[in-house]
Design a protein around this ligand. Sequence first.
Ligand code: MN
Length: 205
Amino acid sequence: MAFKLPKLPYDYKDLQPHLDGRTMKIHHTKHHQGYTNKLNAAIEGTPMAKLSIEKLLANHAKDNAGVRNSGGGFYNHNLFWKVMTPGGSEFPAKSKLGKAIIAKWGSLEEFQKEFSSAAGTRFGSGWAWLCVKRKGLHICSTPNQDNPLMNVESNGCGGTPILGLDVWEHAYYLKYQNKRGDYVSAFFNVVNWKEVSKRFNAAMK
Ligand code: MN
């Protein structure tokens, strides 16, 4: 079964004014579609075609550039669309995730500061992540389309990513140009904490 570009759970313009509709449409229909097509081409007719995307990344990203770049791009964007929601959602301070964030960083603001720093200091293209590893929360970043599931030297904190932010210029340049920091700040207005919580609870099992 070939991988398929997922539908967005909202319209392209629904994350405005934080993320503009034109960027969202190009990002989904051109970039994400491109990663999906290239991933399928990389695994077609090989035993890899039977694997889940998680298994592909964990076992084959290291030795297969197509899986690493296009499989990473496919997985990362799948996660990215889902951890955003129109208007954002209230930070669930009393949930297991909320308590774990407060326990580690002291406050939501301090957490956002470290996450923003990971996003802002990633040189060139890449991603910032919040991950669960060994039952603990960690912030890190990866270059290109690498992610913490991959068995590669750049995999950052490792473990299971539960929140990810795309800091490739294609994610923000039309609206924010060189001002990546403004884009990162805007992202926090659309975070879908319900989805992040769900992923946290699953990763802690
Ligand atoms: Mn992207």
